[in-house]
Write a protein of this length. Structure first.
Length: 84
């Protein structure tokens, strides 16, 4: 990863940087395509135009978000029949 320290004239600076959106209630959204380096050294790639990275650690498809962070609502329980 090349750091430009805010200077767009440094060698290797991308004139079209990727936009990253952080949603405190959901995933990190990154304009794609992207390559993600994982802790174990493997690299995963997505060619999608927008990529969602999981930050809640509930995803079954890490590092990609599978919307597991969304609250799941249980259907209302039927009312109890309290006849004496």
């Amino acid at each position: 990863m090349t750091s430009t320290d805010g200077d767009p004239h440094r060698a290797g600076a991308d004139p079209h940087p990727r936009r990253v959106r952080v949603d405190p209630q959901g995933p990190v959204l990154i304009e794609g395509p992207v390559e993600i380096a994982l802790d174990d050294g493997t690299v995963v790639r997505s060619d999608r135009f927008m990529v969602a990275l999981c930050t809640c650690r509930r995803s079954r498809t890490p590092p990609w978000c599978d919307t597991s962070h969304r609250r799941r609502e249980r259907p209302a329980a039927p009312p109890e029949d309290r006849t004496p």
